[in-house]
Write a protein that binds this ligand. Structure first.
Ligand SMILES: Cc1cc2nc3c(=O)[nH]c(=O)nc-3n(C[C@H](O)[C@H](O)[C@H](O)COP(=O)(O)O)c2cc1C
Length: 191
């Protein structure tokens, strides 16, 4: 079974990206993935600094890196903040990119050669497009294989019904397509 973690870049109560991640989780499981939900509110991650890293690598940064390292694929679901990704998410990605133990400086054991997919829900009619462009570039820099499919959910405040399901067929079908490809690519890269 392919292991996939979902990381949401918002801590907001009622987050649309968390709701989108929940729908994506169902789709991933339907395609045979073993899903781990990474709730960044459960990780005490200080802003990355070299001094902290050299002093005592934060235990939650190590825990996050270990969770990522155990996956075959990662799904990032994040809002766009001012045309990019939230510092919450960038900081988490940065910590888990750091070498630990005997690893070389660019070992990137949490990420290298694994499959990634990206999704964004936004209040705007553009659906977080600029943020996803940055996220795709960041994940490529840390040597993830980011699949071409992606999900943009514009006008997110009008997108979900009372049960948290998507009201329109188009975004729902894009989520299914993206989940299927992520599972397939993650399995192929692991083999
Ligand atoms: C600091 C900040 C910057 C934002 N910048 C953007 C932006 O550049 N583009 C956009 O579409 N929405 C932007 N938004 C609005 C978000 O789309 C909206 O807050 C959304 O609900 C965040 O996702 P969430 O519901 O998962 O927390 C911004 C919100 C905040 C708090």
């Amino acid at each position: 079974m392919v292991a996939v973690a979902i990381i949401v870049g918002s801590l907001r109560e009622g987050s649309f990206n968390r709701a989108l991640g929940a729908v994506a989780s169902q789709a991933l499981q339907a395609h045979g993935a073993n899903v781990t939900w990474v709730d960044l509110s459960e990780f005490d991650l200080p802003i990355y600094s070299d001094a902290l890293e050299k002093g005592a690598f934060p235990s939650d940064a190590l825990r996050l890196k270990q969770i990522f390292s155990a996956q075959d694929g990662l799904l990032f679901v994040s809002p766009e903040y001012n045309g990019s990704i939230p510092s919450l998410l960038k900081n988490a990605i940065d910590w888990a990119s750091r070498p630990t133990g005997d690893e070389g400086p660019v070992a990137l054991t949490a990420y290298r050669g694994k499959a990634a997919a990206i999704m964004s829900a936004s209040l705007s009619p553009f659906g977080g497009l600029r943020g996803l462009a940055h996220l795709r570039q960041i994940l490529s820099t840390i040597q993830m294989m980011v699949i071409p499919e992606q999900v943009l959910l514009p006008n997110a405040h009008m997108a979900f019904d009372a049960q948290g399901q998507l009201q329109d067929d188009l975004p729902a079908s894009l989520i299914t397509m993206t989940a299927a490809r992520l599972v397939a690519v993650a399995a192929a890269l692991r083999a």
